[in-house]
Write a protein that binds this ligand. Structure first.
Ligand SMILES: [Zn+2]
Length: 391
């Protein structure tokens, strides 16, 4: 946006930009649709590689320089670099093109418009976010001739399965960037940006007991199932919701047959923390669980995968910039703290200013009714464009 001393002229420039995005709403919607209709489940490498190649082409058409980071287990990750009119650190636009939906979901859950909403697998989380990146970059180039500053786009293939192979690259790119804008869905029906996210961990507790015939030798057995059942209340006691710690034994399994005293039982535990300093004490408590039946053995594996995105000074500064961009169009941009993690947790934990939830507004991520609100797309693109300029 050109700087102007005249407030009237400045507000005209702002409104022109909003109108530009409003006039491009159908084009933006078309891109979202196209992306949703290319299925890309995390666990299907040929699918995610295919959408990466299509996206590489789209960003290249806008003048970006695509580079694929090959990955073995899941799909390749896509980095696109754009030069800017001025030098300096790039802003990093972060997202993922994998979805939680298995291949073939589209036939049961087709991409469709209904009552101002676009439905489809992965539309909110986060194909619309990728379309917003394309739209904002195109708009800035139209306005400035080229991007006002260098921009790096990084789209990963494995976010929904823990970002194992992309994490290092995300962190490397973030370290070189002035700030990170994460295009995950906005929070709530008012479209708040996310300034804090909980840290996420996963643990597995394996109980090893002593098997025996339940009829012939019941006294010789030491049931792993009974022991696990006794451990569950101890695990549950680690919840401290007041301080943002939640511990959920979400899956249990064990035993083989009713007439066998179970030799093994397992609990899979989801853990959420609000601040990084809660990670070690909680980890110690989980690993410190003691068997009540001394003939049973406990072993705990896992750990915290994503540290929390804490609302630090860098995050707050970015949020204030976003508010200032939204204000002239009478948009009171709110902030939210959420329980789910994203790749923004990695970049914020490094101390790089990070703002999340800049993607589309909608509901039902990972669910049958997943959708976005179409009429909100223009101002989300407007906000992103402004942040690319000033982040
Ligand atoms: Zn997501």
């Amino acid at each position: 946006m050109k700087r102007s001393r005249n407030p009237q002229a400045e507000s005209n420039v702002v409104l022109d930009r909003l109108h530009y995005f409003e006039s491009r709403q159908d084009a933006l919607l078309k891109i979202v649709r196209e992306l949703v209709e290319i299925e890309s489940p995390s666990d299907d490498k040929s699918c995610t590689d295919r959408i990466a190649a299509i996206l590489a082409q789209r960003f290249a058409q806008l003048g970006g320089h695509p580079h694929l980071h090959s990955a073995e287990e899941y799909g390749d990750h896509l980095q696109i670099d754009f030069h800017g009119a001025r030098n300096g650190k790039p802003v990093l636009l972060l997202g993922h093109f994998d979805t939680v939906y298995p291949l073939g979901t589209l036939s049961a859950m087709p991409c469709r418009v209904d009552n101002g909403r676009l439905y489809g697998p992965g539309v909110l989380d986060m194909k619309a976010g990728i379309a917003l990146m394309l739209s904002a970059i195109e708009a800035l180039q139209t306005g400035h001739g080229r991007l006002p500053r260098p921009v790096t786009v990084f789209l990963v293939s494995d976010e929904e399965v823990g970002s194992c192979s992309s994490r290092k690259i995300t962190e490397e790119l973030a370290r070189k960037s002035a700030g990170v804008l994460v295009l995950e869905p906005a929070a709530g029906v008012r479209g708040a940006v996310k300034t804090a996210r909980k840290g996420v961990g996963e643990y597995t507790l394996t109980v090893t007991g002593v098997a025996a015939h339940a009829g012939l030798d019941p006294g010789k057995g030491h049931s792993a199932i009974v022991e696990l059942a006794r451990q569950i209340p101890a695990i549950s006691k680690l919840n401290d919701l007041k301080h943002g710690i939640s511990v959920n034994p979400g899956v249990i399994r064990g035993g083989t047959r009713t007439n066998v005293v179970a030799a093994e039982a397992i609990a899979e535990i989801d853990v959420r923390i609000k601040s990084a300093k809660q990670a070690t004490p909680l980890d110690r408590k989980l690993r410190g669980l003691k068997p009540i039946d001394k003939r049973c053995k406990l072993s705990v594996e896992g750990g915290i995968n994503r540290l929390p995105m804490e609302r630090n000074a860098g995050v707050i500064a970015l949020y204030h910039k976003a508010q200032a961009i939204a204000k002239p169009i009478d948009w009171k941009l709110e902030e939210a703290a959420v329980g789910g993690g994203s790749d923004g947790n990695f970049t914020a934990a490094l101390g790089i200013p990070t703002l999340d939830g800049l993607g589309a507004l909608g509901e039902g991520a990972h669910a049958l009714h997943e959708h976005i609100i179409i009429s909100e797309l223009p101002r989300r693109a407007f906000l992103l464009a402004g942040l690319i300029e000033s982040a």
